[in-house]
Design a protein around this ligand. Structure first.
Ligand code: DX5
Ligand code: ZN
Length: 219
């Protein structure tokens, strides 16, 4: 069953010199904080790492949804947990059989998510959905904020919704990339529970108003 909509601002679009301030602004209005970790290998960019997560943990009590766009995320599960991460999402392209990574995440005290790129069919994660608290459908290529929404991601969301509902499990469906009030609405209709939004929240004059508008669009 579809869960209440949750909003996860992506700090990739925030001002890294004023991260705590940017997060504090939206904290009362959102359920999660989306943190994009990139290693320059899996994704063609380098974003932030464990020291930033640890510093941010002192500044907020929000749930940390860590999106690992890295080839070897499992090596860092213990450090991520110690830094304050709550959930780690790894990519199916990096972990074609994520069974062991899921166990390692749980052993480290982390919730576990599985992400898939725009080019990856839902079938790649279908056998492993039970292992995950969350399935993250990428609606842009990993690496950068500010890209346009890929509508074919909605077909994947619909497939995920069908499988999750037919199996009677409570895995969340998260969408990431190009989320605006319009694309969020379309994604909600396809079955999304968690909405990641970077540019449409932090690159606006009023991030709180932006979060409120996103929520209104999906309720
Ligand atoms: C892209 C990241 C996204 C990104 C989304 O690699 O996974 O989380 O921050 O940014 P917007 O919302 O600007 O598309
Ligand atoms: Zn992300």
């Amino acid at each position: 069953m579809m869960q209440p909509a949750r909003i996860a601002p992506s700090i990739l679009a925030a001002d890294f010199a004023h991260l705590a301030d940017d997060v504090a602004k939206v904290e009362p209005y959102v359920e999660l904080l989306h943190i994009d970790v990139m290693d320059g290998h899996f994704a063609p960019n380098i974003s932030l790492g464990i020291p930033v997560i640890a510093s941010l943990r002192k500044a907020t009590s929000l749930f940390f949804d860590c999106h690992m766009m890295t080839t070897n995320a499992h090596v860092y599960f213990g450090s991520l947990r110690s830094a304050g991460a709550d959930l780690v999402t790894v990519h199916i392209e990096a972990y074609p059989d994520p069974t062991r990574a899921a166990d390692q995440a749980r052993d480290a005290g982390l919730a576990f998510g599985l992400a898939l790129n725009p080019a990856t069919p839902f079938e790649a994660v279908e056998p492993f959905v039970e292992l995950a608290d969350l399935v993250l459908v990428m609606s842009v290529e990993p690496g950068f904020g500010g890209q346009s929404f890929t509508y074919s991601a909605l077909t994947k969301v619909e497939a995920a919704r069908k499988v999750i509902d037919s199996r009677g499990i409570s895995t969340d469906i998260e969408i990431d990339g190009g989320i605006t009030t319009d694309t969020a609405r379309a994604a909600r209709d396809a079955g999304v529970d968690v909405f990641v939004a970077g540019t449409s929240v932090f690159r606006t004059p009023d991030p709180v108003a932006a979060v409120k508008a996103l929520r209104a669009s999906v309720e």
